[in-house]
Write a protein that binds this ligand. Sequence first.
Ligand code: 4AD
Ligand code: MG
Length: 466
Amino acid sequence: MERMKIVNALNPAAVGTEVTLAGWVRTARHSKGGFSFVALNDGSCMANIQLVAGGELANYDADVLHLTTGCSLVVRGTLVESQGKGQAVELQAAELTVLGGADETNPIQQKRHTFEFLRTKAHLRSRTNSFGAVFRVRNVICRAVHDFFQQRGFLYVHTPLITASDCEGAGELFRVSTLDHANLPKTDDGAVDYDKEFFGKETFLTVSGQLEVEPFCCSLGDVYTFGPTFRAENSNTPRHLAEFWMVEPELAFANIDDDADCAEAMLKYVFQTVLDECAEDLAFFNQRIDKTLIETLTHIVATPFERISYTAAMEILQAADKEWEFAPEWGCDLQTEHERYLAEEHFKTPVAVMHYPESIKPFYMYRNEPDEQGRRTVRAMDILVPKVGEIIGGSQREDRLDVLEERMKECGLTPEEYWWYVDLRRYGTIPHAGFGLGLERLVLFCTGMANIRDVIPYPRTPRTAF
Ligand code: 4AD
Ligand code: MG
């Protein structure tokens, strides 16, 4: 069977050709005159194609008259100019075969379902307009990310998902273990004997591929990793997942400003690609989810991002006439309410906040000279966007062996354990910088969707997995 996708069948240039289509019925209307109109969708685009099936079909009474929402079918026929409103092309069916029936117990009916309800039907929700659009846009975003880096000569490196190190030092690790938890092996002093683990030590799912991608940056030059990451943070928010995808470039011979330049160029490239290639889906989101979506994306592509220091950001927040849940104070991390105020209300555009206090950032960030007040900052760079808040977190890396070792000890890490990471500073150290982009937060921003659980195929959050 040479199947044509509906996105191509709907092209007026295809009128007059005989084609085979396949998909799922969205609606079926049966007229008294002995013919039926069936709206068919195959996921290749938002639009359905209308099938016109007449009583002359051998199985008209047996099959066509029983078509309901959710049935799957294959149909052969001729593409013709549509007489009806709302579509340019329709298919005059010559032969129609039902592949699978669907009755009224099908959870996805042709009516509005809430996103909350659809989250409980993750296996079927991609059959709806909203989720079909989300996953088509997600696909284009991923391709645009690869294109951006590949066009600039970045090498794609696959970093491991199982690791013995905690890159971010936040202790939000999922353990990878083959031990019998009902009967843990113990050492003589009663502690768990991790020597009996599969790897002979404790291991975890990675929170970031950064530490493992840095060695490739310090040999092959510009590189990036793009894969799943895992965080056992108990955050039940619309912006946190326990399993999410991260894009992590690492730039060789680069500083924090090069890092911010790269992040800005990458985001703009992705937004422009989505605007160019997802017009139908974006129009849907713009109409149903966020009326300013297309205007916002278009504006951002054409406007330089703001860049300010953390210290300057604090001054803006402290001067703001706002009732904060967490009062902004130098030394504290920015909360989502602060991030959104800066990007959404103050600057009304994405903003890169740079040079955060050392005490709230991981060990690997490049240490600045103390400021006039003796406060220590590191060369961190977070990009905040309206509605979502932090979308990117990055930094210039500490490339001085002595400073790195000192900083590791301050963070309670033993340089010996990270000997391979420290080696990079021992042999041919170079200035380098990178960032992590949360893919799902990017999809949120590009679609206007409000909850991160609705932009990943199978959301993993506290107490939810199947
Ligand atoms: O700021 P983070 O923690 O940075 C890192 O992990 C660095 N090692 C990255 C690097 O420099 N190579 O995370 C990066 C981004 C965040 O800005 C956010 O977009 C996303 O990852 N992120 C999450 N997305 C969904 N759910 C979570 N629980 C997330 N935690 C972080
Ligand atoms: Mg961060």
